[in-house]
Design a protein around this ligand. Structure first.
Ligand code: SAH
Length: 223
């Protein structure tokens, strides 16, 4: 092992040869290991067989989050990584207060670092990816078995009902910005197969909605 994690092992955690650790490749696998040697720029390990990470949920949830006001995306990513989200797609929609201008890479790299920190802290087996921003009308849902859009004006279908009525292996969830969705946007999303769901009778802030959805999805599908 090389790079930042070496510094963390030798200087911060002050681990030595013989100490037991758990390694994770950030892509869903983990293993038990014992440190063999610690040098200033490298650490070597004796490893047990690699297995699928136990902390990874069976359901893969991608959060399509319409861009919130400054600073909130960081909170959303951090909390939703803790709650088990698999991937994030920032979305530009009609009523977003913030309009991101290209190049997006710097902003997305910062969000990716937030995801990595949260994944390490919560001992995830996988570091959730933060994708480049996309516009709401161009979203592609072909990779998902179920797409749920949290709509503040939905009166009939609850998230719970939708989760029980549809397959839940590869889920997409869409959350609107502070200003909510327009009717046209909901029409576009439902035409592409999204199911409009209610999160209850109270209106949640945009940064609360994704977290609430993740928590309810995991409650419903985890053993
Ligand atoms: N400005 C809007 C509320 C937007 S809340 C209004 O006053 O009606 C921001 C986003 O959170 C919404 O677009 C929706 O995706 C989600 N959300 C918040 N509360 C919700 C609820 N009770 N049901 C479904 N979605 C909700």
């Amino acid at each position: 092992m090389r790079g930042e994690d070496v510094k963390h092992i030798s200087r911060v955690l002050r681990l030595k040869a013989g100490d037991a650790v758990q390694l994770c490749d950030g892509r869903g696998s983990e293993c038990e290991a014992v440190i063999e040697s610690v040098a200033p720029d490298s650490v070597t390990f004796r490893t047990q067989p690699w297995t699928g990470a136990k902390s990874e949920p069976d359901v893969s949830v991608t959060l399509f989050q319409c861009l919130p006001k400054a600073g909130k995306m960081e909170t959303i990513i951090q909390k939703c990584v803790e709650l088990g989200a698999a991937r994030f797609v920032p979305v530009q929609s009609e009523r977003c207060v913030v309009v991101l201008k290209p190049p997006y890479e710097g902003r997305v790299e910062r969000w990716q670092r937030v995801s990595e920190e949260a994944a390490k802290q919560s001992k995830r087996g996988r570091i959730p990816e933060v994708a480049l921003p996309e516009s709401l009308n161009r979203l592609d849902f072909s990779a998902f078995d179920t797409v749920l859009v949290a709509y503040e004006n939905e009166r009939t279908v609850s998230l719970k009902q939708a989760l029980r009525a549809h397959p839940c292996r590869k889920l997409a969830v869409i959350v609107g910005p502070e200003g909510g969705f327009s009717e046209d946007e909901i029409a576009v999303l439902t035409a592409k197969g999204a199911v409009s769901v209610s999160l209850g009778t109270r209106i949640l802030r945009t940064e609360t909605a994704g977290m609430a959805m993740l928590a309810q999805i995991m409650y419903e599908v985890e053993p």
